[in-house]
Design a protein around this ligand. Structure first.
Ligand code: GDP
Ligand code: IMO
Ligand code: MG
Length: 423
């Protein structure tokens, strides 16, 4: 059986969580393949809003198994809080959750190292969520990390101590002021570990292999967005994992030949949280309106998201890198009421018009070139089918489909599960 893949095409927060929740009824297994609690995936139904950081967004469906794959980095402290929040909604949630033995652990000192590294960068900081993501992936690729499977070994605490001691020396190396009480952080960490140890650990690549043989359907859930990919994103203002399609193969042990549909999720405009270039960013009333109407505040850090028009140059690049087969457009409702809607169709790059995504998109090199579209005034949030769409929205969608050469199969018109229109 094939595996489908769902990922973000912009700088994260496209609405992946909502759509995974909507699509879960078609799948037996939902599997997160990279990132960690830097992610904040929001879903809403029955008037309740849930934000997930580590746990896959299929957790509210009775029959789906939710797997945290080997490519994910886990903070036991945050996972414990997530599980405690979920307890109110059903005690069997834990039984449907599987954790890969090969997933790496975020230690308290990884978070401190993140803070020290950011502080040392001053104005050039990445704008990290400070969840310890970068340092944990550095220890993974540096072959120093501690994995979930290590918790089953007798000597893991010794390994932990050695690594934490080394981290403390590294924190001292950064000449910055990072205040901490490691005893307190470790007490919290070991409580998290205790809870983690009550979950089901698995050799997840083998589990997924057998599931495929048995004809089970699998949806791989991405975190962050393609423009935050460590290789293809706006480096160094990126996260530390491969957020693009290939990351699902390494993050779950799924062969590339087994991937069927690649669902690419994008907002009808663009947002970004943290530092880094953003050619279509708005600093005017339009940008302020997108942020206000779209409630553009980070689900993990609460920071305001920077807002701007849709960047088709960047979106095409993301579609290409991921091999997207179906597009999903989110937050169309937020664009209601704009007289004119703009789409960036090319960049003026150092005086030359280009339509590909260049090495460098800093403002001194790139000015966006826009195509203008007529806006619409109708409120979309109560609409249930495409035939109700204003003609201006249909024109916007058709233009994007034509340019991206991929069909837009779902249009989302509000945060609730029900506000989802299939085309
Ligand atoms: P993710 O990280 O990709 O899962 O996205 P986030 O959850 O961080 O951010 C998306 C935000 O937009 C959340 O607050 C969602 O509840 C909300 N949202 C999702 N789809 C829609 C939509 O179609 N319209 C509106 N207005 N809000 C939406
Ligand atoms: P979801 O899955 C939006 C951003 C941070 C920062 C950069 C590096 O909810 O879409 P890190 O904590 O990884 O060191 O931060 O990446 N970032 C996100 N932005 N959504 C996310 O996840 C993000 N995860 C990280 O703001 O700019
Ligand atoms: Mg998010």
């Amino acid at each position: 059986m094939a595996v489908d893949l769902l990922l973000g095409l912009q700088w994260g927060d496209e609405g992946k969580g909502k759509i995974v929740d909507v699509l879960t009824s078609n799948y037996n297994i939902i599997a997160r393949f990279q990132g960690g609690p830097n992610a904040g995936h929001t879903l809403e139904f029955d008037g309740i809003k849930h934000v997930l950081h580590t746990i896959p967004s299929g957790i509210f469906h009775k029959d789906a198994v939710n797997l945290v794959g080997n490519g994910v980095v886990i903070d036991p402290v945050i996972l414990k809080k997530e599980l405690e929040n979920l307890e109110k909604f059903g005690s069997d949630l834990k039984d449907k959750l599987l954790i890969s033995r090969k997933a790496h652990l975020i230690l308290p000192t990884h978070r401190l190292l993140d803070a020290a590294s950011e502080a040392s960068k001053g104005k050039a900081k990445i704008g990290s969520t400070l969840k310890g993501i970068g340092p944990t992936y550095m220890d993974k690729t540096g072959r120093n990390g501690i994995r979930v499977g290590d918790l089953e070994m007798a000597d893991w605490k010794e390994k932990y101590r050695n690594l934490a001691n080394k981290h403390e020396e590294m924190i001292n190396f950064y000449d910055v002021d990072v205040q901490y009480d490691l005893d307190e952080l470790e007490t919290e960490f070991f409580k998290g570990i205790e809870l983690l140890e009550t979950l089901k650990f698995t050799d997840s690549e083998e589990y997924l292999h057998q599931a495929q043989k048995q004809g089970k359907t699998i949806l791989a859930e991405g975190a962050q967005g393609s423009l935050l990919d460590i290789d293809f994103g706006t480096y160094p203002f990126v996260t530390s994992s491969n957020t693009t399609a290939a990351g699902a193969c390494t993050g779950l042990g799924i062969a590339p030949t087994k991937i069927q549909e690649v669902f690419g999720v994008f907002k009808a405009y663009t947002t970004r949280v943290g530092s880094g270039p953003f050619p279509t960013e708005l600093f005017d009333e339009d940008g302020e309106r997108m942020g206000r109407v779209g409630h553009e505040f980070g689900a993990t850090t609460g920071r305001s998201r920077r807002c701007g028009w849709l960047d088709l140059v960047a979106l095409k690049y993301a579609v290409q890198v991921n091999g997207v087969t179906q597009l999903i457009m989110m937050k169309a409702d937020v664009l209601s009421g704009f007289d004119t809607i703009k789409v960036c169709t090319a960049y003026n790059y150092r005086g030359q018009e280009i339509t590909h995504f260049p090495y460098n998109i800093e403002a001194e090199n790139v000015t966006p070139i826009y195509k203008h579209f007529e806006g619409w005034n109708q409120d979309l949030t109560g609409m249930t089918e495409v035939s109700q769409f204003p003609k201006q929205l249909e024109a916007y969608i058709s233009f994007l489909e034509q340019e991206l050469e991929v069909p837009i199969k779902i249009v989302s018109v509000g945060p609730d599960r029900k506000q989802t229109i299939f085309r």
